[in-house]
Design a protein around this ligand. Structure first.
Ligand SMILES: Cc1cc2nc3c(=O)[nH]c(=O)nc-3n(C[C@H](O)[C@H](O)[C@H](O)COP(=O)(O)OP(=O)(O)OC[C@H]3O[C@@H](n4cnc5c(N)ncnc54)[C@H](O)[C@@H]3O)c2cc1C
Length: 468
């Protein structure tokens, strides 16, 4: 048994003993066989079992429920999808509104299930503050983003600009220029959600086998070292681990995100900072930062990590001193009183980035394969939608869920766009990230000349255009 508790603050906080469930040691026949006990696999099992209790559903997990990103993420449960502007931009207005309503409803849907099933995971729906806080260009870029959202038909009730004085009622930072606020986001304790979901689906009759890595998969059949499962439907739900199940690795780039957590901070510190209702927050650089005040009063703060040549998965998440320092520097700029604070935990995980930079949900009825992924670091909410959608597709339903532009109803894996072969992937990804790092360094320096600032921004903007 591994020391799963060291995977993240969240796994460390669990009250349960973290005993593994039994491994698969037989040849089983099921209706649906799911690979991976993260949110995607568990939500799919949940919605299937709630609607069709007669189905035999088996989940095979290489380690333990929550071993992947689901037990390690930043705990933002967002009511949107990566790339939704591109996915929904061309739809007729009424259809677009319905799609946004579906996305904005994700946090409430999760909240309702938690309530119904008695899963306690510190769920608080208080929205998210995208803050302009480190340099003035952040304000311009957030305001531009807001214009884009307005053009898509989203109003004040969905996204609202907060001037620094209004922002200060929720969050007090060193150098605020304002913030974009949306109520469509909750925060939670990720590992409690994934572990609670696993217990919940088990109580509904789903069989979960742990330490049961799928070594070989094909339509209708999964094999582990000591057993196999034959099933009408196979659901690979491995997101950032797709490389372990060829040919899925072609479609998902495994990139890392890395976080740190402080010890619980005293009430006087939080009185200075705010976030009383557990709002999520970020600062609007291209470093993809995300933070939350946890239920036990820690600051958890993360930022984008790297990509390894050949799509190799990172397994050692003992953060280097540079990786810790970057995160400490970023939150220290927002909250100077925390510059010297002690970090109790530092960790990270792998997530899956699709080549089109938006999620996909697919059902291939001929081969009996259903999958949802490519959430690109925004999968806590998207995986709930993914699970609901896959359940509907497997059950042959035609509904609002299955008629969205991210759904390939009668799809085939080959319709997903593949990543370029190496070394193009590595060179391309790193060139883009380096341009973001350079931009951030130039803009964060108040002495940078205006022409240098513009050049750095234009270069990063140009590089970002390849992510569309
Ligand atoms: C550090 C970090 C921070 C993040 N923060 C946020 C956030 O704040 N908000 C947000 O919306 N999203 C966030 N994300 C993304 C989000 O966590 C993921 O998109 C989501 O958890 C994906 O869930 P999943 O079930 O698809 O994949 P995972 O949770 O990764 O689950 C996949 C499971 O498959 C198992 N597995 C892999 N290979 C095999 C095999 N061959 N056989 C059997 N089992 C296998 C793994 O052990 C794992 O348990 C973050 C991700 C990371 C890494």
């Amino acid at each position: 048994m591994s020391d799963w508790r060291t995977l993240s603050l969240w796994m460390d906080q669990l009250d349960e003993p973290l005993e593994p469930r039994p491994a698969l040691g037989a040849e089983l026949q099921a209706d649906v066989a799911i690979i991976g006990a993260g949110y995607t696999g568990l939500w799919t099992a949940y919605y299937l079992k709630r609607q069709a209790p007669q189905l035999r559903i088996v989940i095979l997990e290489a380690e333990t429920a929550g071993f992947g990103a689901s037990g390690r993420n930043g705990g933002w449960l967002m009511g949107n999808l990566l790339g939704e502007d591109r996915l929904l931009g061309d739809l007729p207005a009424a259809q677009r509104k319905a799609a946004f309503d579906l996305l904005h409803g994700i946090p409430d849907e999760v909240g309702a299930v938690l309530q119904r099933e008695g899963i306690a995971c510190d769920y608080r729906k208080s929205g998210v503050l995208y803050c302009a806080a480190r340099y003035p260009e952040q304000q311009a870029s957030l305001r531009e983003q807001l214009q884009g959202l307005r053009a898509l038909g989203l109003g004040e009730e969905d996204y609202r600009w907060l001037e620094p004085t209004e922002l200060a009622q929720q969050l007090r930072m060193a150098n605020p220029y304002g913030a974009l606020f949306t109520p469509h986001c909750a925060t939670l304790q990720p590992a409690r959600l994934v572990r609670g979901l696993a217990r919940c689906v088990e109580s509904l009759g789903v069989e979960i086998y742990e330490q049961s890595r799928v070594l070989d998969w094909q339509p209708g059949l999964l094999r582990t070292a000591h057993g196999s499962v034959r099933a009408d439907w196979i659901v690979p739900a491995v997101e950032g681990y797709a490389a372990s199940l060829p040919p899925l690795g072609r479609y998902q780039l495994p990139v890392q995100s890395l976080l740190v957590a402080t010890e619980p901070l005293p009430a006087e510190t939080w009185a200075q900072i705010g976030l009383e209702r557990g709002q999520a927050f970020s600062e609007a650089s291209r470093q993809v930062t995300y933070g939350q005040r946890t239920a036990d009063d820690r600051l958890v703060f993360g930022a984008r990590g790297g990509y390894r040549f050949g799509g190799q998965l990172r397994t050692d998440f003992n953060l280097t001193s540079d990786e810790r320092q970057l995160r400490r520097y970023l939150f220290g700029e927002l909250f100077p009183q925390l510059r010297e604070v002690r970090l109790s935990h530092a960790w990270g995980g792998n997530l899956g980035m699709a080549r089109r930079f938006h999620p996909h949900m697919l059902a291939d009825r001929r081969n009996g394969i259903a999958l949802s992924g490519g959430y690109g670091g925004e999968g806590v909410g998207a995986s709930n939608l993914g699970g609901r959608t896959l359940a509907a597709l497997i059950l042959g339903q035609d509904s609002e869920l299955t008629r969205q532009p991210w759904v390939m109803r009668d799809g085939h894996l080959s319709q997903l766009r593949s990543w370029e072969p190496e070394p193009c992937r590595w060179l391309g990804y790193n060139a883009i990230i380096q341009s973001f790092v350079h931009e951030d360094r130039v803009l964060a320096d108040p002495h940078s000349a205006p022409w240098r600032r513009r050049l750095a921004q234009n270069m990063a903007g140009f590089m970002e255009s390849f992510m569309r």
